[in-house]
Design a protein around this ligand. Structure first.
Ligand code: MN
Ligand code: MN
Length: 320
């Protein structure tokens, strides 16, 4: 629990085995007051923005379960996030599974409380539309940059004859609403068959840096990291990790799989490469347990959350 310095500790695996106890994120305490944390681990169990294969509403619970495999110290950077920051499980955002627009408001309100308290969110989704209300809460003071891992740009305009809010549209809306700076946004892993030949036009025309999977493999991971750092620069930067950016060999449990992606290890390298950026929060989205019979995609989601947690805690400690 909380020590005299206000920091929270995961349950010691030598005191209580990993399969026992309540499955919070990273086996941390569950707290309700965002004012007592620097980083709020949050679930948004909602997939009402999904246009095809639903199921990501079940993501937070399975990611919590698999996060019990995470240990305390990063194996490469040596970062020990729980020594750097006060980190706990803030529970799940309120959602309404049968009302999209009301859910956007509930999620925004939940994250506004976290932001107002001075904490930084690291979220398990949920489908990718949840990033929009999160940005509405945390980018009120000005647009943020974003390092975006995904097979898809998620900058489409509308679906089904006028629906503007889906998991394929959040980042066009975020730019339109002044929440996201497209010139400080990089999208990594873009691929897959398109609706029309100009599907990527909005990303390019708005100034986002688009790294298609062909670009990714011709550049190599080190050059992609350097480009992400150049694009994000020194400004406040959000990390959004859609597990469908990975090859579905590694993450089959997702709604919109696209073959020919990067590996889990390459994604870990890229996330580690964000150390030193001015990070303000992040999410791991589109883990869909109904398509994940082995549970491996939830393990991937939990591990990527830990990777982001380490660089985020390092960034927050560096600023304080
Ligand atoms: Mn996405
Ligand atoms: Mn995607």
């Amino acid at each position: 629990m909380s020590g005299s310095d206000g920091k929270f500790e995961p349950i010691d695996a030598s005191a209580m085995p990993r399969f026992a106890g309540l499955p919070t994120f990273m086996r941390l305490p569950h707290v309700s007051d965002p004012a007592v944390v620097d980083i709020a681990l949050v679930g948004v169990p909602w997939d009402g923005g999904t246009t095809n294969r639903a199921g990501a509403r079940h993501g937070p619970r399975e990611i919590r379960n698999m996060s019990s495999l995470m240990r305390r110290v990063h194996p490469v950077s040596g970062i020990s996030p729980y020594e750097l920051c006060r980190i706990a499980d803030l529970g799940d955002s309120s959602v309404n599974p049968i009302d999209l627009m009301e859910t956007l408001k509930r999620v925004e309100d939940f994250f506004t409380e976290i932001h107002t308290a001075g904490a930084h969110p690291l979220t398990a989704g949920g489908d990718h539309l949840i990033t929009l209300p999160i940005m509405r809460a945390i980018a009120k003071d000005g647009p943020v940059g974003m390092v975006h891992f995904d097979a898809h740009t998620d900058t489409n305009d509308e679906y089904f004859g006028g629906s503007k809010f889906t998991h394929g549209t959040p980042f066009r809306r975020a730019v339109e609403e002044g929440l996201l700076d497209p010139k400080r946004t990089i999208q990594i892993g873009i691929r897959g068959s398109m609706y029309t030949s100009d599907d990527l036009a909005y990303s390019y025309d708005s100034g986002m840096r688009v790294i298609t999977i062909e670009d990714y493999f011709s550049m190599g991971v080190e050059a992609v990291i350097a480009e992400a750092r150049r694009v994000a620069g020194n400004g406040p930067t959000y990390v959004s990790f859609d597990v469908d950016g990975l090859d579905p060999v590694y993450a089959p449990g997702t709604g919109t799989p696209e073959i020919g992606g990067y590996s889990t290890f390459e994604a870990q390298q890229m996330l580690r490469g964000l150390k030193g950026l001015n990070l303000i929060g992040g999410d791991v989205v589109e883990v869909a347990p109904p398509f994940d019979p082995s549970g491996n995609t939830a393990l991937v989601g939990a591990t990527m959350m830990f990777e982001i947690l380490c660089v985020l805690a390092d960034a927050i400690a560096a600023r304080s």
